[in-house]
Design a protein around this ligand. Structure first.
Ligand code: UT7
Length: 368
């Protein structure tokens, strides 16, 4: 573990003491969020619609999950289309041209194809080339993972502006005959432009906490279509190309890890829950959010909730909630905000931000 201590004010250089005692020099630049954009499909799937599809009720869905409707992408819209629309909106919000971006990371578990990477499709859509673009698979923790990775890439001095996108069309892998899962998920994308600032500038990203416990891999899984179980008539007949979830086990993990990871990321920055102005948890279930909020002792007015109108949008979730907080004027410069995701893997990820961006109207929202 590297413990970086800045050496000269304004130099952007730090000395890192490795565990083996060797001293290494590293560049440490502050990184800020320069733009936010989202893309959500126009099509709404309401609880009343689901009542006509499976044996369920609006009352069950609202009381057990808090979800009232979700957005579903039309057949001709894939994950990269939503990701590209969100990316354009974020660039617009940052007042930046695509050519200023030098790194693209797309967090998704529903890529357009196994390969090429969805990030490469987004890159082509933006009309740029010759910069790294790759996908990252961490489920609903994906955007937190991607922000962490881009933050380190930028703060090292290797890159200047990164486009980080969380995008999923989970409706494509949900079994709409399985009432235990089909009521939960929706489609969407959220993009952030992260920018390196000159040494001495106020850091926007203060700390991160990522983790995984692969022993829980089977609790939330898409069994078929990969190298373990290639797609075949048999896998399709067995509905193994749809996601499967052990809801109760994921629920318990979610409540525990939302609290633990949020406390850990605050502790890394020498801060506590009382310092938090805004908490943006992954939007999977209002009961998970409420249980974690109570364990953390955060008042309801400091928590962003939009699971009621988007459902669980996987990698887009915390980004959509961040954009909504901005739009509603609930996130202003100087505020301390923690975003925490959890999901398949099992994985988790928290990002701690000091919000630095002055309001630039409302974040651009593109609907398709
Ligand atoms: O992004 C990360 C991934 N996902 C999550 O975070 C999800 C975590 N888990 C959950 O949110 C909850 O476990 C669920 C919402 C999935 C389920 O809620 P639950 O309170 O854990 O319900 P349950 O699975 O214990 O099921 C209770 C009953 C069962 O009936 P019986 O066996 O008691 O007769 C289910 O068959 O509710 C039944 N049920 C439904 N009934 C009506 C399950 N789904 C439905 C439904 N409509 N849609």
């Amino acid at each position: 573990m590297l413990d970086l201590k800045p050496t000269g004010a304004g130099t952007g250089t730090a000395v890192a003491a490795r565990e083996d005692g060797v001293q290494v020099r590293a560049n440490v630049y502050p990184v800020q969020v320069a733009g936010v954009g989202i893309a959500i499909p126009e099509g709404r799937l309401t609880n009343a619609d689901l009542e006509r599809m499976v044996e369920t009720t609006d009352e069950w869905i609202v009381s057990r999950t808090g979800i009232r409707e979700r957005r579903i992408a039309p057949p001709d819209v894939a994950t990269s289309d939503l990701a590209l629309a969100a990316a354009r909106a974020a660039l617009n919000d940052a007042a930046m041209e695509p050519g200023e971006i030098d790194l693209i990371i797309v967090a998704t578990i529903t890529p357009d194809h196994s390969f090429p990477a969805t990030a490469c499709l987004v890159q082509a859509g933006l009309g740029i080339a010759n910069i790294p673009a790759y996908d990252l698979s961490a489920g609903c923790s994906g955007l937190a993972y991607a922000i962490d990775q881009a933050w380190h890439a930028l703060s090292s001095g290797a890159y200047k502006n990164a486009l980080v996108i969380g995008a999923d069309t989970l409706s494509r892998i949900v079994d709409f005959t399985d009432r235990r899962t089909c009521v939960l998920f929706g489609d969407g994308a959220a993009a952030l432009v992260l920018s390196r600032r000159e040494p001495g500038a106020t850091p926007g990203i203060l700390a991160s906490n990522l983790g995984a416990d692969g022993r829980g891999g089977s609790l939330l899984i898409l069994p078929a279509g990969g190298s373990r179980l290639p797609a075949s008539h048999a896998t399709v007949a067995a509905r193994q190309h749809y996601l499967q979830m052990n809801g109760q086990e994921v629920f318990k993990f979610a409540v525990r890890i939302l609290e633990e990871s949020t406390r850990r990321v605050l502790a890394k920055a020498g801060l506590t829950v009382d310092d938090l102005d805004l908490f943006i948890p992954h939007q999977a279930n209002i009961r998970i959010i409420e249980a974690a909020r109570e364990r953390l002792g955060i008042p309801p007015e400091r928590v962003i909730v939009n699971v009621d109108h988007y459902g669980n949008t996987s990698a887009a979730s915390i980004g959509l909630a961040l954009a909504e907080a901005l739009q509603e004027g609930r996130l202003r410069p100087g505020m301390l905000v923690a975003m925490t995701g959890f999901g398949t893997g099992l994985t988790w990820g928290s990002i701690l931000l000091r919000w630095t961006k002055e309001p630039n109207g409302t974040p651009a929202v593109t609907e398709r």
